[in-house]
Design a protein around this ligand. Structure first.
Ligand code: OAK
Length: 837
């Protein structure tokens, strides 16, 4: 009733019971043993590393839960404006190490488990990644949660609890990518709290009928109803009590199964409806930058946005405020267009359930949502077929039509008679079938729209949303350059470097990890020879750690005295892993043509690739096959293998990235100019002292502005030229032999069978020889020249280390703390709020 006395019984006894694990080693071991025996029902004599990991996790979790509880209570009592980050993907990776570091308990747990006969590293290694995302967009969401908690911002994430995350990647002996399911929940997940009592009904299909009673209301009935059940994941901030929440929804049938069908002997029918409900959150779609228009995907999007909004509004209603005050208490960030249905859904609630008039409802919606665009690639821009929408979400389709009508009326008023403009800007794209343009809906329904790096935000303003800028004014369209959390991407993945930085700056980690600009204090140490030696020694040990990983997982022995050159990211034509592997072949051919004496002067290089391809992306999979087979041939060539080797590391993941990134000397971010919205791994490499080889694209540009252009190896054509070059490809093509003989030679070697059956690669080679949409041939020579500059620079080890130090020193801007504070201050109007100790 809300009027009951709290707590029941004697408050003192309650308080005495509410305590976490004390942070001394003795208390930690006690709690560990207790969890082994009671929570896990296991014993000392049969406890393996997995069990020990679980016990450690449960013990750490005890403290997280108490912090989480205090945080949520503070939010409830103080009722600040809150922000909600809606993302279909959260690529969290592992949690235990991150939680230990954020709580400042790593050393104590290390000692504690050691006393009990375990090594903390072995335990950390037992944790499976929570891989509920494809790539950049999902990992960014995870970094933003970490930063929100660390900066004490009242932010919750909302997503889906997929039973299967991103597929596991296997590589067949021929070099083909094979996909296997990722049953990440099979060992139980200690980091989630099932909230079986927090559940909402979500409807699909059925009939929507306008009431036609002088209001815009309609009734939506029938169809399928499923249940959304909440699972909460605690998000600890760094050296703060603030522990935020990530709420993930699981779908369940509303009733166990249909008893009527069951009793009538229709067993399959009874089970089928229950299976169809469970299917909604069964698997993450493994597409990155492609939208397929599949019904189940649409159901995922609606299921998640409807449950999240219901939950957000229930919390808001507990405040006892008027419904029109929603924008004073709630900001909702849409992570790309995937949650755009939240816009018509909030309209539906305000109109059909709350009985507001259209304009009032639209004003509330318009002040509540914020939309971030993460790509300008046309194939990634979501469009939903109108017939599918009408079938699955009939009421929302009506609302979208109404939004469109009022919107186009306003456009017509501002630009009278401009029919072209109306059809360009319509939420409905004409065609067979008609389609709903989700980016446009997200744009007009939001208070602000932003891109994720300066160049990208400019492209959003001048290309895909140009008409909308002209109509709504430029001030609605901003930029928030992405960031990464320095907790995971420096302190956790590179502990030695993090310790050296603290020691050198004489600043506590609790301070500089949350004010990353402090890294600038490293600048003078670039001139300190002893410091440089320590810096280089750490890089060397990180290389050895990576070599050990490769040795134990793949069985290869790596030359750790070579330069480590890394490209790890989703496989995509625009990211141009092909350019890299073709460059490798070119280097190999050059080495082969040298005398043994000449070769001795060549910089030794180990090239690493890792990344997954969407299962249906044929060309991307072919690129993997090429890389694997080039590696097979080159690594076995006695003439050159000392100077050049290539590895494809299978099953790329957040935790694999944590091993690869600190070991790199250079990394490659070589997208065709104008195609990579931002990139975030570029930031991770630089923060770990690796230098960039890159195109003038995305956040590479801002990184170079910060660290100095002399510390980045740029190459390739610039964004404004790309369109003209593509035009030339179409209408005045130059044969590749003429345009780039070096590349033509490489392609011919592949066709000729140097790396196995050349015919296999024809479809891939054709994309370059014929259309070359991503400008491989146009950029090849300047790419090879950039790599030559890298070789040249690497000869002078002292200068190289100076570059590395200066780069790290200037990376402060790229902390996701800076980015999330920009969202909080300039977009959401949400303030930090501290949780009493
Ligand atoms: C995935 C699916 C649809 C639309 C965008 C994406 C995506 O992952 N975009 C990536 O977002 C990252 C975070 O903003 C950027 O750093 C990448 O450049 C961008 O490709």
């Amino acid at each position: 009733t809300g009027k009951e006395k709290w707590p029941r019984g004697d408050e003192k006894i309650w308080k005495a019971g509410m305590r976490g694990v004390d942070t001394d080693v003795a208390s930690i071991t006690k709690s560990f043993v207790n969890h082994v025996q009671t929570s896990l029902a296991r014993q000392a004599h049969n406890l393996d590393d997995l069990g020990a990991y679980q016990a450690a996790a449960l013990s750490v979790r005890d403290n997280l839960i108490l912090n989480w509880d205090d945080t949520q209570l503070t939010y409830t009592r103080k009722a600040p404006k809150r922000a909600y980050y809606l993302s279909l993907e959260f690529l969290m990776g592992r949690t235990l190490d991150n939680a230990l570091l954020n709580l400042g308990l790593k050393d104590q747990y290390k000692d504690g488990v050691k006393e009990l006969g375990f090594s903390i590293e072995d335990l950390l290694d037992k944790e499976r990644d929570a891989a509920l995302g494809n790539g950049g967009l999902g990992r960014l969401a995870a970094c933003y949660l970490d930063s929100s908690a660390s900066q004490e911002l009242p932010v919750w994430g909302y997503g889906l609890r997929y039973k299967y995350g991103i597929f596991q990647q296997l590589i067949s002996p021929e070099g083909n990518q094979l996909e296997a399911p990722d049953p990440w929940l099979d060992n139980q997940n200690p980091w989630e709290l099932p909230r079986l009592d927090v559940a909402y009904e979500v409807r699909f299909y059925g009939q929507a009928e306008r009431l036609n009673d002088g209001t815009p209301r309609a009734s939506w009935t029938g169809g399928q109803e499923v249940l959304a059940v909440a699972y909460d994941v605690m998000i600890p901030g760094c050296y703060t009590k603030t522990t935020n929440n990530l709420r993930l929804w699981e779908s369940k049938p509303k009733r166990g199964f249909d008893l009527n069908s069951f009793n009538a002997g229709n067993y399959e029918g009874a089970i089928e409806s229950s299976n169809s409900a469970a299917a909604i959150t069964s698997v993450l779609y493994p597409n990155d930058h492609t939208s397929f228009g599949k019904e189940l995907r649409l159901k995922q999007q609606y299921f998640w946005t409807a449950a999240s909004l219901a939950d957000i509004l229930r919390r808001f209603k507990n405040l006892g405020k008027s419904i029109t005050e929603i924008p004073d208490y709630i900001a909702i960030q849409l992570n790309d267009t995937h949650p755009t249905l939240a816009i018509p859904e909030l309209m539906r609630i305000l109109i059909d359930d709350e009985d507001l008039d259209w304009n009032k409802a639209w004003e509330i919606v318009n002040n509540t949502f914020f939309y971030t665009n993460h790509t300008v690639l046309p194939e990634a821009l979501e469009k939903w077929p109108v017939p599918l929408m009408e079938h699955v979400l009939p009421r929302h389709m009506q609302i979208i039509y109404d939004i469109n009508l009022f919107f186009l009326q306003a456009v017509e008023k501002k630009f009278p008679g401009d029919r072209d403009r109306l059809s360009r800007m319509s939420l409905i794209e004409e065609g067979f079938p008609k389609q709903v343009r989700m980016a446009y809906l997200a744009c007009i329904g939001s208070k602000k729209v932003n891109g994720v790096a300066e160049l990208h935000s400019d492209l959003v303003r001048t290309t895909i949303l140009k008409d909308f800028v002209e109509f709504e004014g430029i001030s609605k369209f901003g930029n928030v350059t992405n960031g990464i959390t320095p907790r995971r991407w420096l302190d956790q993945c590179n502990p030695e470097l993090s310790d050296l930085i603290s020691k050198t700056l004489k600043v506590e980690k609790s301070v500089w990890l949350k004010s990353l600009d402090k890294l600038e204090g490293l600048l003078p140490f670039a001139e300190d020879a002893r410091f440089r030696r320590e810096w280089a020694a750490i890089k060397q040990r990180n290389k050895e750690r990576l070599a050990h990983y490769v040795q134990t997982t793949l069985g290869f022995t790596i030359n750790t005295h070579a330069m480590f050159d890394v490209q790890i990211k989703r496989l995509h034509e625009y990211k141009r892993q092909t350019l890299n592997i073709l460059g490798v072949i070119h280097r190999y051919l050059t080495l082969k043509a040298m005398t043994p004496e000449a070769r001795q002067k060549v910089n030794h290089r180990v090239v690493f690739f890792a990344g997954k391809a969407a299962p249906a992306y044929y060309i991307a999979k072919l690129t993997i096959r090429l890389i694997v087979n080039v590696a097979r041939i080159i690594n076995a060539d006695p003439d050159t293998k000392e100077y050049l080797t290539v590895y494809f590391i299978p099953d790329y993941s957040v935790s694999v990235a944590e091993v690869l990134i600190p070991a790199s000397d250079i990394s490659q971010h070589i997208s065709t100019a104008g195609t990579e919205a931002s990139g975030t791994s570029n930031m991770k490499f630089c923060l770990n002292g690796g230098l960039l080889v890159g195109t003038v694209d995305g956040a590479n540009i801002e990184i170079a502005e910060s660290v100095g252009e002399s510390n980045v190896f740029f190459f390739g054509h610039l964004t404004p030229d790309v369109e003209d070059i593509r035009y030339q490809h179409m209408y005045h093509p130059i044969p590749i032999e003429e345009k780039c003989p070096a590349l033509a030679n490489v392609l011919n070697k592949i066709s000729g069978g140097m790396f196995g059956d050349g015919g296999v690669y024809e479809p891939l080679l054709k994309t370059i020889r014929q259309v070359d949409y991503y400008l491989i041939a146009d950029d090849f020579d300047s790419y090879i020249a950039a790599l030559a500059m890298v070789d040249e620079a690497y000869l002078d080890k002292t200068e190289w280390i100076k570059k590395s130090i200066k780069t790290v020193a200037k990376m402060g801007k790229f902390s996701s703390d800076r980015a999330i504070l920009e969202y909080a201050e300039s977009y959401w109007n949400v303030e930090a709020i501290s949780v009493a100790k």
